[in-house]
Design a protein around this ligand. Structure first.
Ligand SMILES: [Zn+2]
Length: 292
């Protein structure tokens, strides 16, 4: 029998917590709908502090997935009420520089592989990339990032992730810059400087993933950047240390403890290993974790 009390007081309850990791993100990979409001509640209770929202047209979406953040009743309010931040982007290369808009007039914006001319139908999210040596795409990306941020003041971080696949550009200009990491980081650096000039409060995340594995030899403007390093468990500590040493801003781990996709994965049931890993990334000086 639970005793009934008309009031419930908790005297002296004044708890202040200072989290060891400032970046505690959760990836929004499912269709945004009324259930996303419940996810926000779940995230806060599990001490996450931001959602990474998808900007590319994903499976199950019609049109721009971020538009749903405004159309789902109470969703933006749920973020405000819980004090959770929103990062927009994910694998958004073709959101910033859409092939349907630019390819006909500027095929040089997109990756060329094995000396072949790129065709529009080959520029898919899972295989095409941008030609990161091209300065014009950095300038257009910066303009569009700023435009998106103006229209969506609830977003404080935007991502410059590569697309989710290979197909990195092998043109002479990219090759002259060095490795795929060097070419990509040249682009990140150019966008970050331009965005910082106009909006010093805005931050940009970028991705160390598949071909962008090794830290760059070029220097990324690190004042407003966060490099998210995706490594399958167990985490590659050498890579994390390399990116930290590169001076490319804050570094976070992109992890797959819950599998690859929630609808076709089994979580990695290894709480002790996960806890050890989180202690390690804190000791190394990482900003935190993005959870897929
Ligand atoms: Zn290129």
């Amino acid at each position: 029998m639970i005793p009934r009390r008309p009031t419930l007081a908790a005297p002296g309850l004044n708890v202040v917590e200072r989290p060891a990791l400032s970046y505690r993100a959760f990836l929004q990979l499912e269709v945004v709908g009324p259930a996303t409001v419940d996810w926000v509640d779940w995230m806060a209770k599990n001490r996450m502090n931001r959602m990474v929202a998808t900007l590319y047209p994903a499976k199950g979406y019609k049109g721009q997935p971020y538009a749903q953040f405004r159309s789902v009743p109470g969703l933006l309010d749920a973020f405000r009420r819980r004090g959770l931040a929103i990062e927009a982007g994910n694998h958004a290369a073709f959101h910033w520089i859409p092939p349907a808009e630019f390819h006909a007039a500027k095929p040089e914006f997109y990756s060329r592989v094995r000396g072949k001319t790129n065709r529009l139908e080959d520029l898919r999210l899972d295989r095409g990339q941008l030609c990161y040596a091209n300065d014009e795409i950095a300038s257009i990306t910066a303009d569009r990032v700023l435009e998106f941020a103006r229209a969506h003041p609830e977003v404080d971080l935007l991502s410059l992730y590569t697309n989710d696949g290979y197909g990195y550009c092998e043109c002479a200009r990219c090759a002259a810059l060095g490795t795929p990491s060097d070419a990509y980081c040249t682009y990140v650096d150019r966008v970050a400087r331009r965005v910082h000039e106009a909006r010093p409060d805005l931050r940009l995340s970028f991705l160390s993933y598949n071909a962008i594995k090794d830290p760059p030899r070029v220097r990324v403007f690190g004042t407003n950047t966060l490099c998210v390093v995706a490594t399958w468990p167990p985490t590659d500590q050498t890579r994390l240390e390399g990116w930290l040493a590169s001076g490319a801003g804050q570094v976070a781990l992109y992890e797959y403890y819950m599998g690859s996709y929630s609808d076709r994965s089994f979580p990695w049931v290894a709480p002790r290993a996960i806890a050890d890993e989180l202690r390690t990334i804190h000791r190394l000086g990482l900003a935190g974790v993005a959870s897929q």
